[in-house]
Ligand binder design. Structure first.
Ligand code: AP5
Ligand code: MG
Length: 220
């Protein structure tokens, strides 16, 4: 690829950030960087970072900015990010967005665009309570909207599917509140920087994907 594609996927829990990011990875060959996935991996490995973040994640609260920024910037230094990346679930606060801005500037990198996926809360609750995730590759499935071909197994890598601990109704409701209070202000933040592209995330997965591809192809 001759141009850099430095993208952010912004949206509430369940908006489809992970689902769309996986499809974009396949088409544009840039890595998906999900801070949620990175921190779930840290928790499973039992590392000291995992110990620090697990309580916040279980409660559906945001992990403190300094910890998430450290994890993100470390991952962003990977060789595979040289041609671009999709940030899935980062930034989630204005403080994180400002840290990212500074870090990209320091590295001579520029954001290509921010894709914001809008979905009403009622639909999000329905998506998340019946979501299943692959233990190996983190692909998302849904018991009604996106069933795996073989029950309990990932179509992509045959990994075992599980339900995320924070996909209980009580924790989802807190994650939604946290989104509206702390993350939604980023819509205005990126609009002011003329970097925001909004998509209706309450449509069929393939239709949203096609809209996101049109946005990406219009960038630069
Ligand atoms: P994270 O893992 O990022 O979770 P999240 O933001 O809550 O987002 P989700 O992964 O739940 O949703 P998604 O948009 O990826 O939806 P998906 O594609 O799976 O973060 C988890 C936790 O980590 C946070 O609560 C926080 O504690 C911590 N954290 C992470 N990043 C942080 C940060 N930057 N700062 C601080 N803390 C941080 O789709 C959902 C479901 O819907 C699936 O079942 C899917 O099959 C289905 N679906 C997708 N699209 C459609 C569609 N168009 N129609 C119907 N169904 C659909
Ligand atoms: Mg996700």
């Amino acid at each position: 690829m001759s141009r850099n594609l430095n993208l952010i996927f912004l949206g509430p829990p369940g908006a489809g950030k992970g689902t769309q990011a996986k499809m974009i990875v396949d088409k544009y060959n840039i890595p998906q960087i999900s801070t949620g996935d990175l921190m779930r991996a840290a928790v499973s490995s039992g590392s000291s970072m995992g110990d620090k973040v697990k309580g916040y994640m279980a409660a559906g609260a945001l992990v403190p900015d300094d910890l998430v920024v450290e994890i993100l910037l470390d991952r962003l230094s990977g060789d595979d990010c040289r041609d671009g990346f999709i940030l899935d679930g980062f930034p989630r606060t204005v403080g994180q967005a400002e840290s990212l801005e500074k870090a990209l500037e320091k590295r001579g990198m520029k954001l290509s665009g921010v894709v914001a996926m809008m979905v009403p809360d009622e639909a999000l609750l329905k998506r998340l309570t019946a979501r299943r995730i692959c233990k190996e590759c983190s692909a998302s499935y849904h018991l009604e909207f996106l069933k795996p071909k073989v029950e309990g197994k990932c179509d992509r890598c045959q990994g075992e599917l599980y339900q995320r601990k924070d996909d209980s109704e009580e924790v989802i409701l807190n994650r939604l509140k946290v989104y509206h209070d702390q993350t939604a202000p980023l819509i205005d933040f990126y609009q002011k920087r003329k970097a925001l592209y909004t998509v209706d995330g309450n449509k069929k997965i393939e239709m949203i994907f096609s809209e996101i591809c049109d946005i990406i192809d219009s960038l630069n």
